[in-house]
Design a protein around this ligand. Structure first.
Ligand SMILES: NC(=O)c1ccc[n+]([C@@H]2O[C@H](COP(=O)([O-])OP(=O)(O)OC[C@H]3O[C@@H](n4cnc5c(N)ncnc54)[C@H](O)[C@@H]3O)[C@@H](O)[C@H]2O)c1
Ligand SMILES: [Zn+2]
Length: 670
């Protein structure tokens, strides 16, 4: 195809995508795919030296929606130059260095200071421009095309963290930030929403560009501010000054901002942010590097589209689209049936994705995926979890139907729907459930039976009829030695590990039983409170609810589990075979002298002199309570290296933080 023709096609295509993304808030492809097409266009334009008049490379943002009043920004809002690799980033820096040197050669009497950089998170939400006159919020607008945006004052006023009045009363200013939906808020919203939101960015953008502010309020948005775009009465010399101004005027500014004199340190910080990304409660799609000195910013100036004094370093995308090929149904150890999707292989965040989770049949309905087989879907992968299907790209029901099974795919038993999930109730005779229960029983945090794996469980099931955890304790050397791949040594090792596991403590034993909805921390609470297996087996739901962290669902699950004669028999059998399930010795009376005594402590980040588990144990021995998340009840945060969102939150809440590991260790010993 001749270049002109492909350029026209690309422009048309990209403009269509822009319209769906910016104007309708309903993207037709992932950012990753969009960016690839966009880069292709930029390349053609550069090679051919021609730019079509309606090329998206020439404009910031999108078209305005009818129905909103327009707002002309007092100074234009810019897009950001992008770097997708370290090379591109170095090029950006080289240009900044060169322009500064040129300037200094021309103005030797008043040179610019050496370059220094601010590194901020690049929030992935909707740009907001707020206008304050004499201290009062008088307008709020989207970025629009950069010059004119849509007035969304009523919508923005529903964001509780945005101040309606500010102390600065010297005429008019405009400040810019990003309207966002926290991921925890999105998850919570989606558990109740008739139509779940596909992602937090669309959740925020859709809510803000909606004519009904009530809907905006329901989405419980938040906003981070990072720029003063226009001001009558105040000038800043540095970015730091500007950020202090925003902070002093009650704007929410992000705590992850750092300043560097050396470009190599900037690069290191980018890696650091990338590692923290998965721990943040909001979406970021990169980091923004800005030159700190305002006079230098003026000297470097702007291109048509963006400032030369800032650059966005884009991280690897976490979202893309692919084709949903088929769905299979897997049976878990509790009998829960999970739909697993097979998708057309696609690269995402550094790995090839082929399997995605669909959670449950309720989710398939809610996400409008019922007729999605063979269609294009959005998938998202964050951190190491298996990617999730977020929804269909188009709204039409143009795919084949995903048919939920009526019978267990493994044992054929009729399935029962409870809530959003399907269950196979044939617990005693459904192979994957049995294998799952036995494997879980043997796992590290449970009975910790060394060398035991799913394969062992299957082999024991197939060849020696092992049907429940209790059967493990009846195994004999003669039985094991007959098994495939079992030599004398392996058989003895397994028997020894089984023998050793009989001494596992009560909490681990309870966890090993695999009570539905009951995790490690709950079984620990149970063991510490009751200190006796039969007391727990006989506890009523009322008693259980009185314990910390035990709610109604968990209490019912525990009671139902122990009411089951099959479980009771299995437990008694294990006890008769020598399993002890003892509570640990009563806690030592601790001295109240320790610095940590009576404090609620959270550990985060990497420690080097001891593991986090060891640190927890020591803290507990000194009378501290160690918890997992930072809240207003936290007294102290121990932040090791690479601490992420917990550290930020603790700082926000004004909680005492120990960041120096040596000091922490010293306090443990004193
Ligand atoms: N999927 C689609 O169909 C589609 C269509 C169009 C655009 N897009 C996406 O949008 C991007 C282009 O959008 P753009 O031109 O607005 O650029 P951009 O969104 O990548 O960068 C500019 C914006 O960054 C925001 N920002 C966040 N944190 C900031 C900080 N700390 N300091 C300064 N600004 C900060 C600002 O709101 C600013 O407007 C593309 O890269 C693409 O990924 C996707
Ligand atoms: Zn079954």
């Amino acid at each position: 195809m001749d270049p002109m023709h492909s350029m026209e096609q690309l422009v048309a295509e990209l403009n269509k995508y822009n319209y769906h993304y910016y104007t309708l808030d309903k993207p037709l492809l992932s950012d990753k795919e969009y960016d690839a097409l966009y880069d292709q266009l930029v390349k053609l334009e550069q090679e051919g030296g021609i730019v079509l008049p309606d090329s998206p490379t020439q404009r910031v943002g999108g078209e305005l929606l009818k129905g909103f009043v327009q707002h002309r920004h007092l100074s234009p809002l810019w897009s950001l130059d992008k770097a997708q690799s370290m090379d591109q980033l170095s090029n950006w820096n080289a240009r900044a260095v060169r322009l500064t040197t040129d300037y200094n050669n021309k103005h030797p009497e008043n040179p610019l200071p050496p370059l220094s950089y601010a590194v901020e998170l690049k929030f992935d939400g909707l740009t907001l421009n707020l206008t304050y006159t004499d201290g009062k919020l008088v307008q709020a607008a989207t970025r629009g095309n950069g010059t004119v945006g849509e007035g969304i004052l009523a919508q923005v006023k529903t964001i509780k963290s945005i101040p309606l009045t500010i102390p600065y009363k010297d005429g008019t200013i405009e400040v810019q930030g990003e309207g966002m939906m926290n991921l925890s808020v999105l998850a919570d919203y989606n558990t109740r929403a008739a139509e779940p939101l596909k992602n937090a960015r669309n959740g925020a953008a859709g809510a803000l560009r909606n004519l009904n502010p009530k809907l905006t309020a329901e989405r419980r948005l938040t906003a981070f501010f990072y720029n003063v775009g226009y001001s009558e009465g105040i000038r800043f010399q540095t970015h730091k000054e500007m950020m202090s101004f925003l902070h002093e005027n009650y704007f929410k500014v992000n705590p992850f901002i750092s300043y560097f004199d050396n470009f190599d340190d900037v690069v290191e910080q980018l890696e650091d942010i990338q590692e923290r990304r998965a721990g943040l409660d909001y979406l970021i799609d990169g980091a923004v590097i800005k030159i700190v000195d305002m006079r230098t910013r003026e000297a470097l100036g702007y291109t048509d589209k963006f400032p030369r004094w800032a650059v966005a370093f884009k991280f690897e995308a976490e979202e893309t689209t692919t084709i949903l090929e088929s769905v299979s149904w897997e049976v878990g150890r509790t009998g829960k049936i999970t739909p697993v999707a097979r998708v057309e292989a696609v690269e995402l965040a550094g790995v090839t994705v082929q399997n995605c989770t669909l959670n449950n049949i309720g989710d398939i309905e809610r996400k409008n995926l019922k007729h999605a087989l063979g269609s294009r879907v959005f998938i998202r992968r964050s951190n190491e979890v298996i990617p999730e299907i977020l929804g269909k790209v188009t709204e039409e029901n143009d795919g084949e139907e995903i048919v939920a099974p009526e019978n267990c795919p493994s044992c054929g038993f009729p399935l029962e729907q409870r809530g959003a999930h399907l269950f196979c109730n044939n617990r005693l005779d459904c192979k994957p459930q049995i294998i799952g229960r036995i494997t879980h029983f043997a796992s590290r945090d449970a009975m910790d039976i060394e060398t035991f794996s799913v394969m062992t469980a299957e082999q024991l099931y197939n060849e020696i009829n092992v049907r429940e955890p209790a059967d493990l304790y009846t195994l004999t050397f003669d039985q094991l030695i007959q098994l495939d791949r079992f030599g004398e040594k392996k058989a003895n090792n397994l028997l020894e590990s089984l023998e050793k596991s009989k001494e596992r403590d009560l909490a681990s034993f309870l966890f090993a039983l695999g009570i539905p909805n009951t995790g490690k921390s709950t079984t620990k609470t149970l063991a510490e409170h009751y200190r006796d297996l039969h007391a727990i087996m006989n506890a009523s739901a009322e008693d259980l609810i009185a314990l910390p962290d035990v709610g109604g669902i968990v209490a019912d699950s525990i009671v139902n589990f122990f009411a089951d004669p099959f479980m009771q028999a299995g437990i008694e059998k294990m006890l008769s075979l020598g399993v002890q399930a003892q509570a640990p010795a009563a806690p030592q009376v601790v001295s109240t002298d320790s610095f940590f005594y009576g404090k609620t402590v959270v550990l985060t980040g990497t420690l080097y002199q001891l593991t986090r588990d060891e640190a927890s144990e020591k803290l507990e021995a000194l009378g501290a309570k160690v918890t997992g998340s930072v809240s207003s009840k936290t007294d102290l945060l121990i932040a090791g290296e690479k601490a992420g969102s917990k550290l930020a939150k603790a700082k926000q809440l004004g909680i005492q933080v120990i960041e120096d590991e040596d000091e922490f260790v010293r306090l443990l010993q004193s």
